[in-house]
Design a protein around this ligand. Structure first.
Ligand SMILES: NC(=O)c1ccc[n+]([C@@H]2O[C@H](COP(=O)([O-])OP(=O)(O)OC[C@H]3O[C@@H](n4cnc5c(N)ncnc54)[C@H](O)[C@@H]3O)[C@@H](O)[C@H]2O)c1
Ligand SMILES: O=C(O)C(=O)C[C@@H](O)[C@H](O)[C@H](O)COP(=O)(O)O
Ligand SMILES: [Zn+2]
Length: 367
């Protein structure tokens, strides 16, 4: 029990805890009752996670006097879509969900984003609880209340801000996670360090590939969750500081939108985007070249892409990528906004993007 860290996301009456660490599920058991007055817990998950963890979670609910009522969806980004949303909302209504009861999202970022969105609109809004099962969802997507789906226009183009009531990030659930997914989640930890925690980056760099598990990973997960919780509490709806959490994402989302569905993982696209954000910062004379080289070297050491050429898809077109970036949610007055860095741990929002310069830079990185 003592290994569980409780991080509070301070949002006044909507504040909630993120319980992090091995055994978090057990620690949270006594907190469930109030969220499920009808004695049943509607639980949304995907087929892969259901096969691995549904029994454990159902038994855990039973231990709290609750009956699991699962909705099992197909894994993958295709589920995070208009069709996936409609199916989920209709299913919640078929199960006669009441405003008094919460919905559980058991899975990675796809299940969390979709379930949070469905919860925010079904019967004009019901509560939800996140039980993230990927490293990425434990350190990033389950915290902060960004929900949404992808459309043909791009990643997360439709969604809401709807905070969970509780996040239970149990490290034991990660034991079944494939290495590729573990690495993809690690990219968001590196991102947090690069935005504003240089000492964390130093520690990750010193641990090299062992940063992906054991004590170093547990500490990094705790640091990344606390970092995100602080930014969300300061700027829930991304009027300012929260946009920093998009470091690497303007490029990353463009890669995801351009690649065949599910060819590259979100975290891999972000990793390539981090390398580009630092590369472009150097190109603009804002950041020491040595810092950008350290970033790329660490991404390689972690088995992550260190630029577009090492993503699991090729044939990128700079003009199409720029077109995607023109649609980015951070843009204002028709200008591309990028999160750049003055160095490791010193990210900032740059609204001064010269598109021709950006296109030339991208062309050098894609060839
Ligand atoms: N809302 C946010 O703040 C936020 C932040 C970051 C990312 N995201 C979104 O999250 C999504 C990516 O999330 P993700 O990387 O978790 O992907 P994901 O949800 O697709 O999960 C990745 C794969 O791992 C499988 N899986 C999940 N848990 C497992 C486990 N414990 N053991 C074995 N397999 C398991 C899933 O079935 C899936 O096939 C993207 O859509 C991204 O846009 C949202
Ligand atoms: O929570 C945030 O804010 C983030 O930007 C976290 C990102 O890692 C995440 O991928 C998020 O979904 C991106 O949001 P978007 O608004 O750029 O779609
Ligand atoms: Zn992300």
């Amino acid at each position: 029990m003592s290994d569980i860290l409780s991080v509070s996301v301070g949002l006044g009456a909507r504040s909630y805890d993120v319980l992090v660490g091995a055994g978090a599920l057990k620690a949270a058991q006594s907190r469930l009752g109030a969220h499920f007055p009808r004695g049943r817990a509607i639980l949304v998950t995907d087929r892969t996670v259901a096969g691995l963890h549904l029994k454990t979670v159902s038994d855990w609910l039973e231990g709290a006097g609750l009956r699991a009522d699962p909705i099992v969806l197909e894994p993958g980004e295709t589920t995070k879509s208009w069709a996936g949303l409609q199916h989920l909302v209709d299913t919640l209504l078929d199960r006669n969900i009441e405003r008094s009861e919460a919905v559980i999202a058991l899975g990675g970022g796809v299940i969390g984003d979709l379930t949070g969105f469905a919860a925010s609109i079904a019967k004009r809004g019901v509560d939800f609880i996140q039980i993230p099962t990927t490293l990425l969802s434990q350190v990033d997507s389950s915290v902060g209340g960004k929900t949404g789906i992808n459309t043909s226009h791009g990643k997360n183009f439709v969604g809401t801000f709807h905070q969970p009531r509780l996040v239970i990030a149990d490290a034991d659930l990660l034991a079944s996670l494939p290495l590729r997914e573990r690495r993809a989640g690690y990219a968001e930890i590196v991102k947090a360090a690069l935005i504003g925690d240089r000492p964390l980056f130093d520690r990750l760099e010193a641990a090299a590939e062992t940063a992906l598990d054991g004590e170093t990973l547990s500490e990094a997960v705790a640091a990344a969750v606390a970092f995100k919780a602080r930014i969300v509490a300061e700027d829930e709806r991304e009027a300012g500081a929260r946009a920093l959490l998009n470091l690497g994402h303007t490029f990353g989302h463009a890669f995801e939108a351009e690649a065949p569905k599910d060819r590259i993982r979100h975290g891999e696209a972000v990793a390539a985007g981090l390398a580009l954000a630092f590369g472009f910062s150097v190109h603009k004379g804002l950041c020491p070249a040595g810092d950008a080289e350290r970033v790329r070297a660490h991404l390689r050491a972690a088995g992550l892409p260190d630029g577009p050429q090492t993503l699991a898809h090729t044939g990128w077109d700079a003009e199409r990528l720029i077109d995607r970036m023109r649609d980015d949610k951070k843009n204002r007055d028709g200008r591309i906004a990028l999160v750049l860095a003055r160095g490791i741990g010193e990210a900032f929002i740059d609204r001064d993007t010269d598109e021709t310069d950006l296109q030339h830079f991208l062309e050098t990185q894609l060839s």
